[in-house]
Design a protein around this ligand. Structure first.
Ligand SMILES: NC(=O)c1ccc[n+]([C@@H]2O[C@H](COP(=O)([O-])OP(=O)(O)OC[C@H]3O[C@@H](n4cnc5c(N)ncnc54)[C@H](OP(=O)(O)O)[C@@H]3O)[C@@H](O)[C@H]2O)c1
Length: 326
């Protein structure tokens, strides 16, 4: 007997206009057969031309902190999977805007799990290397988290909401995500390039190690896990642990920008000067072997990833205005 599997799955994406959200949408369209429902805080979809794509079934305004909004949109669209790309991501701001950080990163997960349970949807969620304190990096999925700032605490709490939800879920912990993006907030690599391009100094810590992660690789891991119905915890970070200072240099070299404006500094100095509020682990990095073998994703080395970013930016924006965003 031939069993006919259900036709294409429908994936609802939250925070679709964010940096990762945009890449996840694009990767689902390019590398999967899934239908998509896009959601974001904005009143209308900001994707240009995407409404012509038949696999994008709809755009809905959905603020994940609003329980009724989440319940209505998920209840009416009945997706098979929800991929949560929405979050409160400002690490320093989270120290002072604690209530909003908690509502967005933790309470919203409770709304999403509650709504998912009603329609029997799986959940794919994105967490952070900042659930760790940096004492034993690089970290595997079996290491014990111990966050040292408020943002990290909210991300760990968000994981715990999923773990106790009784739902089928996958969590991707990632780290210092970089890459090209149109009309998204600047990621670290982009802001370094933009500052150097416009003659502004870049203060880069020499005592902060982490593993920069190309957004394209992370998006592919998320899409593959969704398509293959994988569950559990995955680390999804680049293979090299380098300092911010070293990363800034590699960015400058890739984009042909002056390195003389990269000023070495330390975490303590950045905190003293008021540029940073939150504590940061000095050594953070993720071992992503499980994602690599299970999902077949090769996480790019920094120089390779930066070249991909540079090519994508040229395609997106044209050579003349490489760092100009509307
Ligand atoms: N980027 C990194 O280096 C990094 C590292 C580790 C983990 N992560 C994780 O990766 C995920 C994606 O981050 P990202 O870099 O793509 O950040 P991002 O560009 O700021 O994207 C987050 C999106 O969520 C939206 N959002 C915020 N509050 C919302 C709400 N209440 N309802 C609906 N949407 C809301 C934001 O809209 P507004 O911009 O209008 O607020 C934004 O579009 C997050 O879970 C983050 O914690 C990122």
């Amino acid at each position: 007997m031939i069993l006919h599997s259900k036709s294409r799955e429908t994936v609802l994406i939250t925070g679709c206009h964010g940096f990762l959200g945009q890449h996840v949408v694009q990767t689902f369209l390019e590398d999967s057969k899934c239908d998509l429902i896009l959601t974001g805080k904005e009143n209308r979809s900001l994707f240009v031309g995407i409404s012509d794509e038949p696999r994008v079934r709809a755009y809905h305004t959905m603020d994940i902190t609003q329980r009724s909004s989440v319940k209505d949109v998920i209840g009416s669209t009945k997706p098979d999977v929800i991929v949560n790309c929405a979050a409160f991501v400002r690490v320093d701001d989270a120290e002072v805007n604690r209530e909003m950080a908690w509502r967005t990163n933790v309470s919203a997960l409770e709304h999403l799990t509650e709504a998912s349970r009603k329609v029997d949807a799986r959940l794919v969620h994105v967490s952070s290397d900042l659930v760790f304190d940096g004492a034993r990096a690089p970290y595997t999925e079996t290491d014990t988290p111990h966050p040292i700032n408020y943002y990290g605490r909210t991300k760990l709490a968000s994981e715990n909401v999923l773990k106790t939800s009784g739902l089928e879920y996958a969590i991707f912990r990632t780290c210092l995500v970089y890459g090209a993006a149109e009309r998204a907030k600047a990621n670290y690599a982009l802001s370094v390039a933009q500052s150097l391009e416009s003659g502004q100094p870049v203060y880069a810590a020499t005592d902060l190690l982490s593993s920069p992660t190309l957004v394209d690789d992370l998006a592919l891991a998320i899409v593959r896990a969704t398509e293959r119905k994988r569950a559990g915890l995955y680390h999804a970070g680049g293979p090299e642990m380098i300092t911010r200072f070293e990363f800034a240099h590699r960015i400058a070299e890739t984009f042909g920008l002056p390195t003389s404006l990269i000023i070495p500094t330390t975490i303590a100095e950045l905190k003293q000067s008021g540029k940073w509020r939150a504590d940061r682990p000095t050594r953070n990095g993720l071992v992503s072997l499980k994602a690599q073998t299970d999902l077949g994703v090769r996480f790019s080395k920094v120089d390779d990833g930066l070249r991909v970013m540079e090519r994508s930016m040229r395609e997106l924006l044209g050579k003349e205005d490489l760092f100009v965003y509307e």
